[in-house]
Write a protein that binds this ligand. Structure first.
Ligand code: GLU
Length: 471
């Protein structure tokens, strides 16, 4: 990775793991087994482009196999490397266990700057990468299921699905070999917004816990809370937009690649995003102060700081100066191990990545279930539920001797459709898991913070699976 941190991303993940494993009583050697990355493959493949061959390097790591398939995104980034892929794959293992999604952890990357290639070229490269993954046993609906990550999106996922289908024409579940596909190509409603939505639901659950609020030095609700967000990519954009528009939070600063924009009374996220799309920068956004050294803004006072970009951005250098009350980790691995220790000493309340950004993989799970069941969510029960509600309304109106309010009636009448079911499933997951992590923290005197609790919770769950396998 291009970061200059003393402790690498992978070391940070492993150190957090070790700290949590120490708080648990596990059979000898099991923690080591769980922590170890089971398989990693480096692939080099040539693609004929612009009249010559270009060699690409990609990786896929299967961190664990206590349950299959293994799951995790594919990143397209010029700075990708094997260690980063391993760290991200390990995080996927812990993440899936925390939110009770029945997958092992995996991750992949291709060392490429997607901006340097045309759409046709990217398609060609992605199809070649798919063939390599398939050939080496790193792809398949029951084996290993990629998804979007940094630098990849829906279109690439449909190329992967299509290529896999060509290679396995008789596999009826072929579409389930990858998630994050467009809805018209086997995807599920709400997958694009899922990680940001999960961040919103996770923060809402934090605000429902008076004990946690008190610990963080906050009170009330999300309404009017000041938020600084780093990264207005898919995750950051959706999280900031929902928190602003639906919960009334104030996005007082947005940190992007070219610098940060600040407005104490709150920035309109949708407008900033449109401005960024058009100008490829945030500098010059009206009614905001611009700071070219964006990283400086991480240490500005706010209620909630949301890093939603890269790993390793909060380090031992800036951790002593952070002035947020809550650090809500929407990115994977934004805090180094040293910084984590400093923040714990400073009592900054951390909602850790492995829990908070698990919305993406949770909705990927729903998409995969849809692919395997070959039916859209709500198709069987929507009209039935509507007819039942209609009968209840009629009975109520007859008993009351008057008609119910039309608006209320329409709301009651709406049967479950896919987007509502996906959001409801995600909300339930984020609420339940928040409290599982919280209980893990409060019930184990050896655990002093939420990250350790989240890791311990996932290690416990994986250890239980091993236990039942080797009875
Ligand atoms: N790349 C996302 C993550 O880091 C999603 C993974 C998935 O949906 O499999 O969680």
């Amino acid at each position: 990775m291009h970061s200059t941190n003393k402790t690498s991303f992978l070391e940070s993940v492993d150190l957090c793991f070790n700290r949590a494993a120490k708080a648990l009583e596990l059979p000898k050697g099991l923690a080591h087994q769980i922590r170890t990355c089971n398989a990693i493959c480096e692939m080099k493949f040539g693609v004929e482009l612009r009249g010559s061959y270009e060699i690409f390097t990609g990786w896929r790591a299967t961190h664990s196999e206590h349950i299959l398939p293994a799951k995790g995104g594919i990143r397209y980034a010029p700075f990708a490397d094997q260690q980063e892929v391993e760290a991200l794959a390990a995080l996927m293992t812990y993440k899936c266990a925390i939110v009770n999604v029945p997958y092992a952890g995996s991750k992949g990357a291709l060392k490429i700057n997607p901006k340097d290639y045309t759409i046709d070229e990217l398609e060609h490269i992605t199809r070649r990468f798919t063939q390599e993954l398939d050939k080496r046993g790193f792809l398949g609906p029951g084996l290993n299921v990629p998804a979007p990550d940094m630098g990849t999106g829906q279109r690439m996922m449909s190329w992967i699905a299509d290529e896999y289908q060509r290679l396995h024409p008789s596999d009826i579940n072929a579409k389930g070999c990858v998630t994050g596909k467009p809805v018209h190509f086997g995807g599920v409603e709400g997958r694009i917004e899922a990680t940001g939505r999960g961040v919103q639901y996770g923060l809402r659950e934090f605000f429902r816990n008076p004990g946690d609020l008190k610990e963080a030095g906050l009170e009330g609700s999300l309404q009017g809370k000041s938020i600084i967000i780093q990264g207005l990519g898919n995750v950051g954009y959706h999280a900031a937009k929902f928190l602003e528009e639906e919960d009334g939070a104030k996005i007082i600063a947005i940190i992007e690649r070219d610098g940060a924009i600040i407005n104490k009374s709150g920035l309109p996220v949708e407008e900033v995003s449109a401005y960024k799309q058009e100008n490829r920068k945030v500098e010059g956004f009206p009614d905001a102060t611009f700071e070219p050294d964006g990283a400086k803004i991480l240490t500005h006072p706010c209620d909630i700081l949301i890093p939603a970009a890269m790993e390793g951005v909060i380090t031992e250098e800036n951790a002593p100066h952070l002035q947020c009350k809550v650090l809500a980790e929407a990115a994977n691995g934004p805090v180094t191990y040293e910084a984590d220790q400093i923040l714990n000493q400073r009592n900054i309340f951390i909602i850790p990545d492995a829990y908070l950004n698990a919305g993406g993989v949770t909705v990927s799970y729903f998409e995969w279930l849809k692919n395997l069941s070959h039916v859209k969510f709500g198709r069987m029960d929507r009209r039935f539920a509507e007819a039942q509600s209609q009968k209840i309304i009629e009975l109520m109106e007859r008993a009351l001797g008057k008609n119910l309010d039309q608006n209320a009636k329409e709301q009651l009448l709406e049967g479950p459709n896919e987007i509502n079911l996906v959001r409801s499933g995600l909300d339930d997951t984020m609420r339940e898991s928040y409290n599982e992590v919280r209980e893990q923290h409060l019930n184990n005197p050896m655990i002093n913070d939420r990250r350790t609790a989240a890791y311990a919770l996932s290690i416990r769950k994986i250890a239980d699976i091993y236990d039942s396998m080797y009875l």
